[in-house]
Design a protein around this ligand. Structure first.
Ligand code: PHE
Length: 480
C-alpha cells in the first residue's frame, strides 16, 4: 500500500495514531448529517421566511438555491472532511501542505486558506450559543405543553415577554439544552451521535407526518395550501432571492465546518454526491412539511396573518392552538406537545453537530480526552449563551456591538458575515485550489463508483463559478 492510500484509509486514527471513530452505517450517516441540517432553521425559520416573502414564490427560489448551490457546497465540504479524516482546521492545513503550489504568491505569503477552518469554529461556537437560548425557550414550551399549560396561556405575548426577559429560568433552560448535547457528544461518534440520530430522526419524521395530516384536516387547510403552492410572482424580488439563499445556507448547515467534521467520519466507500442529495432532500422535505403543518393552522384562525414573524412559534402558534382547540382540549394538548417536542428533537441533532466540530478539533489537535474537550466547548458555549439569554432581560440595555446586544450581534455576524465569506472561500478552495484529480477521486471513490460522466465537470463548474458568484451577490446585496 502506498502512503497515499495509507492516508486515505486512516479513517479511524488521527495524526498521532489515536482512535478517532467513524460512522458505522450508511443510514447512520444520512440521518446524522440530516440531523445537523434539520433544525430550528426548518421548522421555525423557514415558515417565517416563507410567510414574510409570499409563500410559493419564496419556496420556488429556495428550491433552486438548495439544488444549484446547496448540493455542490455540501459535497465540497464532504470532500475536505472525508479526504483528510481530520478536524476542519487540520483538514485545510493538511490539504494545502500535501498539494503544494509553486506560485510567486505562495512563496511570498503563508497560506491563508486554513483561516477559514478557524473562522468556521468561531462561527459554530457563536451559533451554538444563541441557538441554545432559543432551543431552551422551546424546551420550556415543551415542558409547558406537557403540563397542559399551553392551551391556556392567556396573553401569549406577555407570557413570552415575561419568560424571556427573566433572569434565571432562560439560563437554566439553556444550560439543560447544552448539557443534553454534551451527554451525547461524550459518548462518541458511533455510540453518541450516530445512535441518537438513528433514534430521533425517524421519530421526528413520524411526528411531522402525523401533525401535517392533522393540520390538513383543519378548516383553513385549503387557504394554507394555496398560500404554499400558488406562486405570487410579484414577490420574486432580489430581496426574496437573498433571503432564500441565506435560508438555504443556514438550513443546510453549510460552509462552516460541521459537515466536513461529520464527513471526516465517513468511510471510504460512502458516495458523496448521493449522500448530499439525500440529506438535502430530507432537509427540504422537513421544511416544506413544516409549512404544511403551520399554515393550515394559521389560516384556520380569523385575524392571524401568515407573515407573523419570529414570534410565530412562541406567540402566534400558542394563540392558534388555544383558539383552534377550544372545544377539543385533548387534541389541542397532544398537538401542541407534539409540536414543541418536534422542535426540541430537531434542535438537539443540530446542536450536537455544532458541538462536535470544536470537540473534534480539541481532541485531534491537543490529544485531550473527549470528555475534557467536550467540557471546554460546553462551558464556553454556556458563558456566551448566558450573555445571549440575558440580552433579553437584565442586559437588554447593554448593546456594545454597534448598537446591538449579544444575541443579535452573534446572529448577524455569523449569518451575514462569516457564513457567506466562508462559503466563498470554500468554493474557491475546492474549485480552484485543490487538484482536479483529487476532487475526481473523492467524487468517484477512486474510480470505483460508476456515475454519469457529466457529474464531475458539472460539480466543478458549479463550485468554480456559480456558487461564489451567487454568494457574493447575497453578501453585497445585504450590505446595501
Ligand atoms: N441547519 C441548522 C438548522 O436548520 C442550523 C445549523 C447551522 C446547524 C449551522 C449547524 C451549523 O437549524
Amino acid at each position: 500500500m502506498n502512503s497515499d492510500s495509507n492516508n486515505r484509509n486512516a479513517g479511524q486514527t488521527d495524526a498521532a495514531g489515536a482512535h478517532r471513530g467513524n460512522f458505522k452505517s450508511r443510514l447512520g450517516i444520512v440521518l446524522a448529517t440530516a440531523g445537523s441540517a434539520v433544525g430550528l432553521g426548518n421548522i421555525w425559520r423557514f415558515p417565517v421566511e416563507t410567510g414574510q416573502h409570499g409563500g410559493a414564490a419564496f419556496i420556488m427560489l429556495y428550491l433552486a438555491c438548495v439544488i444549484l448551490l446547496g448540493v455542490p457546497m455540501m459535497v465540497a465540504e464532504f470532500i475536505i472532511g472525508r479526504r483528510t479524516h481530520a478536524d476542519i482546521a487540520t483538514a485545510y492545513e493538511r490539504l494545502v501542505r500535501e498539494n503544494p503550489r509553486d506560485t510567486r504568491l505562495s512563496r511570498l505569503a503563508p497560506s491563508l486558506w486554513p483561516v477559514t477552518g478557524y473562522a468556521g469554529m468561531v462561527c459554530v461556537t457563536l451559533i451554538l450559543s444563541y441557538y441554545s437560548v432559543v432551543a431552551g425557550w422551546i424546551l420550556k414550551y415543551a415542558v409547558d405543553g406537557l403540563m397542559g399549560r399551553l392551551t391556556s396561556l392567556g396573553d401569549e405575548s406577555a407570557y413570552f415577554a415575561e419568560f424571556s426577559s427573566s433572569t434565571l429560568p432562560p439560563l437554566l433552560y439553556t444550560l439543560a439544552f447544552l448539557l443534553a448535547t454534551h451527554m451525547v457528544i461524550v459518548r462518541g461518534v458511533q455510540n453518541g451521535i450516530e445512535r441518537i440520530s438513528k433514534l430521533l430522526m425517524p421519530l421526528l419524521l413520524v411526528l411531522m407526518f402525523v401533525m401535517a395530516f392533522g393540520s390538513l384536516t383543519m378548516p383553513g387547510a385549503t387557504d394554507g395550501l394555496l398560500f404554499l403552492l400558488r406562486p405570487d410572482f410579484s414577490k420574486l424580488t432580489p430581496e426574496t432571492a437573498l433571503s432564500a439563499l441565506g435560508q438555504a445556507f443556514f438550513s443546510l448547515s453549510i460552509a462552516i465546518g460541521c459537515l466536513s467534521t461529520y464527513a471526516s467520519y465517513f468511510k471510504q466507500d460512502v458516495p458523496l454526491v448521493k449522500t448530499a442529495a439525500n440529506v438535502v432532500g430530507v432537509d427540504t422535505m422537513v421544511a416544506v412539511v413544516s409549512g404544511f403543518i403551520i399554515f393550515p393552522a394559521v389560516f384556520s384562525v380569523q385575524g392571524v396573518q401568515p407573515d407573523a414573524g419570529p414570534g410565530l412559534v412562541f406567540i402566534t402558534l400558542p394563540d392558534i392552538f388555544e383558539r383552534l382547540f377550544a372545544h377539543t382540549p385533548v387534541v389541542g394538548y397532544v398537538f401542541a406537545l407534539m409540536f414543541y417536542l418536534l422542535l426540541v428533537l430537531a434542535a438537539l441533532t443540530s446542536t450536537i453537530s455544532m458541538h462536535e466540530e470544536v470537540t473534534a478539533f480539541l481532541c485531534d489537535r491537543y490529544h485531550i480526552p473527549r470528555r475534557h474537550a467536550a467540557s471546554i466547548m460546553t462551558a464556553t458555549s454556556m458563558v456566551l449563551g448566558a450573555l445571549c439569554a440575558l440580552s433579553f432581560g437584565p442586559l437588554a440595555g447593554f448593546k456594545p456591538f454597534f448598537g446591538r446586544g449579544f444575541f443579535d450581534a452573534f446572529n448577524d455576524v455569523t449569518a451575514q458575515w462569516i457564513m457567506p465569506l466562508s462559503g466563498i472561500v470554500l468554493s474557491f478552495f475546492v474549485g480552484w485550489r485543490l487538484p482536479r484529480a483529487l476532487v475526481e477521486e473523492e467524487l468517484t471513490n477512486h474510480g470505483t463508483l460508476k456515475m454519469p460522466r457529466f457529474i464531475v465537470p458539472t460539480f466543478l463548474f458549479l463550485v468554480r463559478y456559480v456558487t461564489p458568484t451567487a454568494i457574493a451577490a447575497i453578501f453585497i446585496g445585504q450590505l446595501m
